[in-house]
Design a protein around this ligand. Structure first.
Ligand code: ZN
Length: 388
């Protein structure tokens, strides 16, 4: 039985008191709309010490390790993990989260925990819950999946998680049908390997409500002719694409040799074609991705580097306005939240990767840093950030 222990001080962090009006002197720092993490698995963040290391680094070993731990967790255990993850996301300037909740979990604990946390933390963060079949719909319990969809905000999918291409397509027909029946949008993990699979094309060809395509890494290495066809279809269907560069770069290309295909979709080309692309952190400190602490800026930084996205000062849209557009298909986000970066420009933020200076949600300060950088040379003290 895995036991998740509360950490000292955690409760105090949650009990943020409402204060009087506060005037903030940001001293030239830049303020931007607060961030969106459009693809995360809150339920297994920070669980690496329970799952053990992912020795092969593959997605399949990560799923196996998580599934073993998942079934030992109570709903309250999962809620505690989620709240810790949310605290980190808030610190990093994220006040809108789309979390995928595993519908293969015992008693639908992951989905129920996510919905309760959504309600309990609503003053701090807008949460959307996706009913997500981590091991495929037909490898778990189909009835449970359908029940989870009734509860959740968004219909998830993972055709690559089924045992064959035919079953993957059957899963997509099921979720498309359920989206028409319930009116709920779809956000599916799709074409998330390195070899060319065509599940996204198939899903978009079906009748459904709005679709978001998560990962879509197979598009990276698709032949030009097919890539153009798929991107044109995505555009015509007004689908969004959600990329999680941190996790997919870590998990993908595990079966290949050098030169390595990098596991990231064609963000730059899709932006050029006016397709709505946004980002997720996805995993942190779990077998899917052993690093990270809920900082979506790290995901943005990696996306810029790997896909050579320009201009740097506009890429913030991937975690603000583009994300807001996709988020709005399922629920209305709070639009007044602000992050004051500890930087005078987006380029400086991406250069220093500094912690956020302050996060303001609905007019209240909910996070701030007290970082005081010092370098002492020749008896003089320099704040390195003041030199930029
Ligand atoms: Zn995911």
């Amino acid at each position: 039985m895995t036991k998740i222990v509360n950490v000292s001080g955690f409760k105090e962090v949650l009990d943020v008191k409402d204060g009087d009006d506060i005037v903030v002197d940001a001293e030239g720092r830049i303020a931007v709309p607060s961030f969106y993490d459009m693809h995360v698995h809150l339920e297994n963040a920070l669980t690496l010490s329970y799952t053990g290391d992912n020795k092969s680094g593959t997605l399949s070993e990560a799923v196996e390790r998580w599934a073993k731990v998942r079934d030992t967790l109570s709903k309250d255990d999962i809620k505690l993990i989620m709240k810790k993850a949310i605290i980190l996301e808030l610190y990093n300037g994220v006040t809108h989260i789309r979390t995928h909740a595993d519908t293969c979990s015992k008693n639908l604990n992951s989905v129920k925990a996510a919905l309760e946390v959504k309600e309990e933390m609503k003053d701090y963060v807008d949460i959307q819950v996706v009913a997500f079949p981590e091991q495929g719909v037909f490898n778990c319990d189909q009835e449970k999946f359908v029940k989870a969809i009734e509860l959740a905000d968004i219909i998830g999918g993972k055709p690559d998680g089924e045992d064959s291409e035919d079953l993957g397509k059957e899963q997509l027909r099921l979720i498309a049908e359920l989206s028409l029946k319930t009116g709920k949008p779809i956000d599916a993990h799709i074409d998330q390997g390195d070899v060319l699979t065509k599940f996204a094309e198939y899903l978009l060809s079906l009748r459904h409500t709005h679709v978001a395509l998560s990962h879509l890494t197979a598009l990276h290495s698709a032949p030009r002719e097919y890539a153009e066809r798929l991107m044109s279809l995505i555009k015509r269907k007004s689908a969004s694409v959600i990329s999680s560069p941190l996790t997919t770069v870590y998990l993908n290309s595990r079966y290949g040799d050098y030169p390595k295909i990098r596991g990231i979709t064609r963000i730059k080309e899709m932006l050029e074609r006016d397709i709505n692309v946004c980002l997720g952190h996805d995993d942190f400190q779990n077998p899917f991705f052993p690093l990270g602490f809920g900082d979506i800026i790290q995901a943005l930084y990696l996306a810029v580097l790997l896909d050579q996205i320009n201009p740097v000062d506009e890429v913030i849209n991937l975690i603000t306005v583009n994300a807001e557009r996709e988020f709005s298909y399922a629920s209305r986000p709070s639009k007044d939240d602000i992050v004051i970066l500890d930087a005078k420009s987006i380029r400086e933020q991406l250069s220093t990767l500094s912690s956020r200076f302050m996060v303001i949600r609905k007019g209240k300060i909910i996070a701030k840093t007290n970082k005081r950088g010092e370098v002492i040379v020749g008896g003089n003290t320099f704040n390195p950030f003041s030199l930029i």
